[in-house]
Design a protein around this ligand. Structure first.
Ligand code: UD1
Ligand code: CA
Length: 458
């Protein structure tokens, strides 16, 4: 049988320094919760079991994470990291190997964790350590005269020589399940913080004559923990810069990588250009040669090759066809599908509608629950009145129709192919194809000799 891997994620900290109503591990980094990211990394290792040790606001955390495959263990009293892992052990009894992760260390990579696990064999212990310019606050890695790891000493228990050590414990480690259970049974809280330190197992491992391996991550971002909102913002920025660099290396033009945010996954073609202050969320696909102008927000959408999104547009759960042009100041809401070369202009809102090839909705319109054919021109200020106060109804407009400006199409209604709607009409019944249909309150009249009011003199 293959080795069983168990993962324990420590997340019982209160996170008081966040000064938040929400548990710290539910705060987001690049669009995903801190804990959600750690769980994702853990699941990439294909573990037999993942246990989350929670304390504060457990129910809220469980609900937000919502993964039924996880095991949850409550730590009522925070007696230390060693105590927290001990509480998880019953749920990990069958596991050959146990990996300890932290709910507030969100960016640890699959590759680094694989290296850590690979270093841990038999009863060996594998620690993830990192050299820091400023090691203050961290547990220091104490090595013997052969440069082997001998112990971890916490900041508050360290002597001046130990305090000068710059290699620190990230907290992340891999151990054999059996040895871990044995060592945890032996640790006490005889230290400055009166806590059961997980780190004390290192000295016990050394005593038992097993090897302690120290593995380093590729980037220090991977092991950065979040305690307050400043650290959260700083790590977000570093992460965004890494993503931006990777995108530029892959051929995406970013006008300013410091003013670009990707909160999800971007799939892109060649020669995509993104101007400043663009936010991409969820799953976004940008085809070859797509251009996104400044200050656009695009979420869970696909923009096909050659399409152009002009400044200040908001696009959510929409598909924009090849060579289409959207914006400036356009809003595409969920279930919008624009075909090839469609133009949607300023102050136009489109929702749950399909617009056919070469059609134009250029100014100040609301298109909701509609099906619009090819080569249709929708004049300025056109409104589909899709909602009667109780239900939503559909508007259907055939190919080559022309909707005059300032028209209201009261759904359910169909405008036939090639039909023309006179400007200013309120259309409540179907308009036949090929004909001019219009509806105005009265015929135009002129009041001869009418005088404009004159401003009174005080
Ligand atoms: C711990 C390590 C230290 C390391 C540092 C890295 C110990 C004794 N020390 O110190 O060597 O350099 O992390 O950041 O392990 N937690 C629980 N239950 C508890 C205590 C902690 O779930 O009873 C969780 C916290 O939510 C947090 C993590 O464990 O995610 C670390 O706890 P924290 O109190 O921050 O440990 P440090 O003192 O920073
Ligand atoms: Ca900490």
């Amino acid at each position: 049988m293959s080795e069983q891997l168990g993962v324990v994620i420590l997340a019982a900290g209160e996170g008081t320094r966040m000064r938040s109503r929400y548990p710290k591990v539910l705060h987001r980094l690049a669009g995903k919760s801190l804990l959600g990211r750690v769980i994702e990394s853990a699941l990439q290792l294909d573990p037999a079991r993942v246990v989350v040790v929670y304390g504060h606001a457990g129910e809220q955390v469980r609900q937000a994470i919502g993964n039924p495959a996880l095991f949850w263990v409550e730590q009522v009293e925070r007696l230390g990291t060693g105590h927290a892992v001990q509480l998880a052990l019953p749920a990990l009894a069958e596991m050959d190997r146990i990996l300890v992760l932290y709910g507030d260390v969100p960016l640890v990579c699959e590759r680094t964790l694989h290296a850590l696990i690979a270093a841990q064999c038999d009863e060996d212990l594998a620690l993830l350590t990192v050299e820091l310019e400023d090691p203050h606050g961290y547990g220091r890695i104490v090595r013997d005269q052969h440069d082997h790891v001998a112990a971890i000493v916490e900041q508050k228990d360290a002597n001046p020589i130990q305090l000068s050590i710059r290699e620190v414990n990230t907290g992340i480690l891999a151990a054999s399940g059996r040895a871990l259970a044995r060592w945890l049974g032996e640790i006490d809280n005889n230290n400055a913080q009166r806590e059961y330190y997980l780190t004390d197992i290192v000295a016990l491992a050394v005593r038992d004559g097993v090897q302690v391996h120290a593995i380093q991550p590729e980037s220090s971002c991977e092991v950065a923990g979040i305690n307050d909102r400043e650290q959260l913002a700083a790590l977000e920025r570093r992460y965004q810069q890494q993503q931006a660099s990777a995108l530029m290396r892959a051929g995406v033009t970013l006008r300013d990588p410091a003013r670009f945010d990707l909160r999800g996954e971007l799939q892109h073609g060649v020669d995509v250009e993104i101007d400043v202050n663009v936010i991409l969320e969820g799953r976004v696909v940008l085809g070859d040669g797509v251009r996104i102008a400044a200050n656009c927000v695009i979420r869970d959408s696909e923009i096909e090759a050659g399409a152009e999104i002009l400044a200040h547009s908001l696009i959510e759960e929409a598909v924009v066809g090849r060579g289409a042009r959207v914006g400036p100041f356009a809003r595409l809401r969920p279930q919008t599908r624009l075909a090839e070369r469609v133009h949607v202009g300023n102050f136009v809102e489109v929702k749950n509608s399909a617009i056919g090839p070469d059609s134009k909705v250029n100014h100040l319109s609301y298109i909701g629950d509609s099906e619009i054919g090819a080569r249709v021109n929708v004049g300025a200020g056109t409104i589909t009145c899709n909602y009667d106060g109780a239900n939503k109804h559909r508007t259907v407009i055939g190919d080559d129709a022309f909707i005059g400006s300032d028209s209201q199409l009261v759904a359910p209604v169909t405008v036939g192919s090639g039909a023309t709607i006179g400007a200013g009409s309120t259309i409540t019944r179907d308009a036949p194809e090929g004909e001019l249909t219009l509806c105005r309150a009265s015929e135009q009249r002129t009041v001869l000799g009418w005088q404009r009011p004159v401003k009174r003199r005080e």
